[in-house]
Write a protein that binds this ligand. Sequence first.
Ligand code: TZP
Ligand code: MG
Length: 224
Amino acid sequence: IINSALRRRCSLFSKPAIYFIMGTANVKGKEPLVLLEQALLGGISLFQLREKGPLALKGDTLRRFALECQKLCNTHRVPFIVNDDVELACMIGADGVHVGQEDLDCASVRSRIGEGKIIGVSVHSMEEAKIAVKEGADYLGVGPVYETQSKHDAKAPAGVNRIMEISQLFSEIPVVGIGGITPDNARAVWKAGVAGVAVISALAEAKDIAMQINKFKASSERRR
Ligand code: TZP
Ligand code: MG
């Protein structure tokens, strides 16, 4: 049965996805919108605005920044996902929301954001994965795979085994690996069965982001 959820998932992850995540805290002095545009030109598959930390933009400033990011993503036909902030996502008509276990539950997000939108959920166990899938998650984020500097309250790195278990049990739901992923260690993540890799620092801090995206793409091709 081709329902709207299935269509959404298929088109999002039809190719190995390079999922760029960024907030103003991640850009190390670069101009975030320039960086995002470079990433879009370089061929990222999805973008998530994840505005965190003590200097995080808020209120109207955040909304204006989000709208700029959204405009760039729309121009490049790349889905624009908002982390945590369901209200912001609804207000500006983002393509989707990504929530963690401490955020609004997936079922509530769905009722607020509507059927046509993407919902991603971060999970750290089979139990959490089961619940997210039951509540209609469109993809699962599983991690941290490796050590990460980009999330202060990150759990211990779990490697690729959990990804393997979760992606095997829920073969119809795209699983995205996250945490410390670089072109050099991505191959093991692809081999674990992910539909995509979600990356902050290895893209935001890359000298040449387009070249780095190409390296990520190449890392997915070598899995065969
Ligand atoms: N969730 C688990 S690890 C992580 C998030 C948001 C941070 C990933 O950033 P990086 O720089 O790619 O390790
Ligand atoms: Mg969250």
